[in-house]
Design a protein around this ligand. Structure first.
Ligand SMILES: Nc1nc2c(c(=O)[nH]1)N=C([C@H](O)[C@@H](O)CO)CN2
Length: 117
């Protein structure tokens, strides 16, 4: 299977387990890879047969805008479910970084893979 990817997508959302985090919005950075058969889109030069990374990015922005989870694990899991069900994605890898959460670290977060390639 081929891959369509989105790298370094920044969204802001309510995220965090501590009281002080519940009333602010914070940035999350997302790196995503999706399994997709790119041959039909390439053969016909047809966006409607491609996994449209612009539409997927817009959906992720809307999801982040509306969500207010405590854990990055929950954000990642729910987002993976939304993307797979709405776009018909059979497999994805999602890396979610919460920059600044641990000041001494460049980034912390989670990485998940769901579905079958
Ligand atoms: N595995 C996790 N550990 C922690 C999380 C999390 O979402 N998953 N969250 C926090 C706090 O919200 C922290 O990011 C505030 O800086 C701590 N550990």
């Amino acid at each position: 299977m081929d891959i369509v990817f989105i790298e370094g997508l920044e969204v802001d959302t309510v995220i965090g387990a501590y009281d002080w985090e519940r009333g602010i919005r914070q940035c999350l950075r997302l790196d995503l890879s999706f399994a997709w058969d790119n041959r039909p889109a390439a053969a016909d030069d047809d966006l409607s047969k491609a996994l449209d990374y612009a539409s997927v990015s817009a959906r992720i922005q809307a999801f982040a805008e509306a969500s207010q989870f405590q854990l990055v694990e929950t954000f990642a899991e729910r987002l993976a479910h939304v993307l797979m069900s709405e776009f018909g994605i059979p497999w994805l890898r999602l890396k979610l970084t919460k920059p600044g959460a641990v000041p001494a670290a460049k980034g912390v977060g989670v990485e998940i893979e769901r579905g079958c390639r």
